[in-house]
Design a protein. Structure first.
Length: 406
């Protein structure tokens, strides 16, 4: 009950701001920014109900005969050619947290097509506004088995299902060829119930209840289990102008460790994320993110809490910074440069091999040589520093050939 009270108190201010905004403005509009990049790290695919009232065949949208339901097929085939000049534990993606810090050498070449995607987008009118169902899969699970990326439905301002977290900013996602994204960039897809309110095209506010996943690192010799007693509460506020935007988001949650030999111990986790995208010259764009919090690393697959010197659970203080720039040399040639840094204030209970800091940098060149077909190359650099000061680095060269279905 105490944990629930802390979470509700933390979000009461946001709820009051939301209520005040609605009272002062117009009626809520059926807008949801979380679906703005539904096919992944790509430009957004429009909902079938948003495109036209009578979809045309060349749009890739078809109307089911004798119904008001429309359907759009989407996806792409992608093949990656990867060469690692140094040892790294992640073959399919570039994850600096898997770089060995014992000086172990390594070199490897790898080809795969696991990023290939398939999606279905259904739409129909309802008395509450356009309704939508979107499902997308890829093959990034082990052994190239099918993996669920997105599965959600929307009607009016309500979204229910699995998609990008409300806490992250999918529209500030750097367009790297590497699918991992910089470790300092917050990226997670999870189940949620979200309500989005938009007063105009230039302002958006969303609140959500989302799937919790606050992993806990326990020291060796202290058996127990990590638990998630409460859902994560997330919120975002976005201001937009043209194709540019600025977003402030927040989350709060609860981590728990239940020792086999003692009582449970809880720690509140939270985070703030300031991010945005600014169009500069032509189609060139600057993207950034500055994130800080306790337990923040859980939004890129790391643990949220660990035990301190007294054996009590403590949320891990985390900082993440990302800055990128995309430049178009011409209509068909573009490059992207990104750098990011993430660090954690490790607790006394974490192991010497626990990650303390990571660096990520990437530079690419992409050629769209035909409609819906592209080829690109990317150099990637990563570095890892452990809790005990040990460090390692890795370099990778990645080539990608991609063909869009539509």
């Amino acid at each position: 009950m105490a944990a629930l009270t802390r979470l509700v108190a933390g979000f009461s201010v946001l709820a009051l701001c939301w209520a005040s905004a609605i009272a002062a403005g117009d009626e809520p509009l059926p807008v949801d920014a979380a679906a703005s990049e539904l096919s992944g790290e790509e430009e957004p695919e429009e909902s079938s109900s948003e495109k036209t009232s009578q979809p045309k065949r060349f749009d890739g949208v078809f109307k089911i005969p004798n119904t008001e339901v429309t359907i759009k097929l989407g996806g792409f085939v992608r093949v990656d050619l990867i060469h690692d000049f140094d040892a790294i534990g992640s073959e399919d993606t570039f994850d600096p947290s898997t770089i060995p810090t014992d000086g172990k050498p390594g070199e490897n070449t790898h080809l795969h097509a696991k990023w290939t995607r398939l999606n279905l987008d259904f739409g129909r009118p309802t008395r509450f506004g356009p309704a939508r169902i979107f499902v997308e899969t890829d093959f990034m699970d082990p052994d190239s088995t099918l993996r669920l990326r997105h599965a959600f439905s929307t009607v009016g301002p309500l979204l229910v299902g699995k998609t990008w977290s409300t806490f992250m900013d999918e529209d500030a996602m750097p367009p790297t060829l590497d699918g991992e994204q910089p470790l300092a960039f917050l990226i997670v897809r999870q189940a949620m119930v979200r309500w989005t309110w938009s007063r105009s095209d230039s302002f958006l506010l969303a609140l959500a209840v989302e799937e919790p996943d606050a992993g806990v690192e326990s020291p060796e010799g202290v058996p127990g289990n990590s638990e998630d007693p409460l859902p994560d509460l997330t919120a975002r506020v976005r201001w937009g102008w043209g194709a540019s935007h600025l977003q402030l988001s927040a989350f709060a949650g609860e981590a728990r460790f239940r020792s086999d030999a003692g009582p449970k111990d809880d720690a509140t986790i939270w985070g703030l994320n300031l991010s945005g995208k600014a169009m500069t010259v032509g189609k060139d764009a600057l993207r950034f993110q500055l994130a800080y919090g306790e337990g923040l690393a859980r939004y890129h697959g790391d643990v949220a809490a660990a035990l301190d010197e007294n054996g009590r659970l403590e949320a891990i203080e985390t900082l993440g910074v990302m800055l990128s720039y995309q430049h178009y040399w011409s209509e068909r040639w573009s490059s992207h440069l990104v750098g990011s840094y993430g660090s954690q204030d490790n607790t006394a209970g974490q192991s010497p091999e626990s990650v303390h800091a990571v660096e990520y940098a990437a530079l690419n060149l992409v050629w769209e040589f035909a409609e819906g077909m592209s080829f690109g190359g990317e150099w990637l650099y990563g570095a890892r520093e452990d809790n005990d000061g040990a460090s390692g680095h890795a370099n990778r060269l990645l080539f990608v050939f991609k063909t869009d279905f539509f």
